[in-house]
Structure formats: structure tokens, C-alpha cells
Design a protein. Structure first.
Length: 201
């Protein structure tokens, strides 16, 4: 084999990798934009449906929050949950989507439990959270629309808890935001009900 044949074979072998590298560099921005779409295709229809459901609950919560703000008596904001804590939870949702969804529901559970204690629906402080949930949801203390949203948030949590779906980081972040709004909604109703005091905040 002479040198010219060797060089031509070498160029022939390297042409396609070089062309692919050049195309990758030229179109890298567009390729990076495609990665989330590829992840969604990989996730499958159940995960995509779950992600749409979390976005829908978040949108419904925005509507309900807007409608009820005029009905709620102004009360001083509690420094319980700062913006830094919310950002921290959103970042954790990227690393552990399922864990943050399960953890997020405990905030709603706690707020429902405090509502049950405040209104006398729960007498024993050792009552299970499921019993507290059932008692509050069976009563007419909260408006129908709020109860519907709480059920939707709980159903999403149950799908994750029973391993029916593997949530994406984006859906977990939407869920964390939805939980914060549900908790705020319940707390604002509690502020306008009798027996709201330091004991059940």
C-alpha cells in the first residue's frame, strides 16, 4: 500500500465523524432544545398524562385563588414559608420528584388536620391523617371547589405513592407549587373561621 492510498483511506474513514462533529457544533442550540422533548417521549404516556394533570391543577388553583382573594379577610402573613424555602423545595423536586410529591402532601394533610381540630371535627390529637382528611372533606367547612382541588392533589399523590407513575422533575415542581397554593387557600379559610388562634396555627 502506498502513501496516497493510505491517506485517501484515512480521509474516507474520518469524513463522516468530522461532518457529524461540525453539524453538531453548528446546530448545538437546536439539539439542546430537543433534549426535553426526547425525555418526554421516553417517559411515556402515563407520565405525560400526569404532567398535564399537575399543570391543570395548578391552573385551576390560580383561578380559585383569584376568585376568593376578595372574600378573605386580610390577615398578617406568616413567616413560616419564605421564598428561599420554596426555591429549595423546587430544587429538591428536580433531584427527587417522587419524594417531594409525597413530602408535599404532608403539608396539605397537616393543614387539614389543624382545620379539623379548630372546628371540633377531630377531638383526639392522635387521630390518623386519613380520618382527619375524611372528616374535613365530608363536612361543608371548605367550599366545594376547594375540596375538589384538594382531592385532585391527593389523587396525584396517590398515583406516585402506589407507583402507578414515575413523575418528571417538571411535574414534581408543579405539584410543589400546587401544594403551596392549596395550603395557603386552606389557611386563609381557617383565618376566617371561629377558634383560629395560636394553638392551631
Amino acid at each position: 500500500m502506498d502513501w496516497l492510498t493510505f491517506i485517501s483511506k484515512l480521509i474516507e474513514a474520518l469524513v463522516w465523524p468530522i461532518v457529524v462533529l461540525i453539524l453538531g457544533l453548528v446546530f448545538r442550540r437546536k439539539l439542546l432544545d430537543l433534549i426535553p422533548a426526547i425525555r418526554k417521549l421516553k417517559a411515556g404516556p402515563v407520565e405525560a398524562e400526569f404532567e398535564l394533570a399537575t399543570k391543570q391543577v395548578l391552573a385551576n388553583l390560580s383561578e380559585v385563588t383569584t376568585l376568593t382573594k376578595s372574600e378573605i379577610t386580610a390577615a398578617p402573613a406568616q413567616p413560616e414559608d419564605t421564598g428561599k424555602q420554596l426555591v429549595s423545595r423546587l430544587l429538591k423536586a428536580r433531584n427527587d420528584p417522587a419524594g417531594m410529591i409525597l413530602d408535599g402532601w404532608t403539608k396539605v394533610d397537616g393543614e387539614l388536620f389543624r382545620l379539623g381540630l379548630q372546628m371540633g371535627l377531630i377531638v383526639d390529637p392522635l387521630t390518623s391523617t386519613t380520618t382527619a382528611y375524611d372528616s374535613v372533606m365530608a363536612s361543608d367547612i371548605l367550599p366545594f371547589e376547594t375540596r375538589r382541588l384538594i382531592r385532585e392533589v391527593r389523587d396525584l399523590r396517590n398515583k406516585v405513592a402506589h407507583a402507578q407513575v414515575a413523575p418528571t422533575p417538571e411535574s414534581a415542581q408543579d405539584y410543589v407549587l400546587a401544594v403551596d397554593r392549596v395550603v395557603e387557600l386552606i389557611r386563609n379559610y381557617r383565618k376566617n373561621l371561629p377558634n383560629y388562634g395560636s394553638a392551631n396555627r
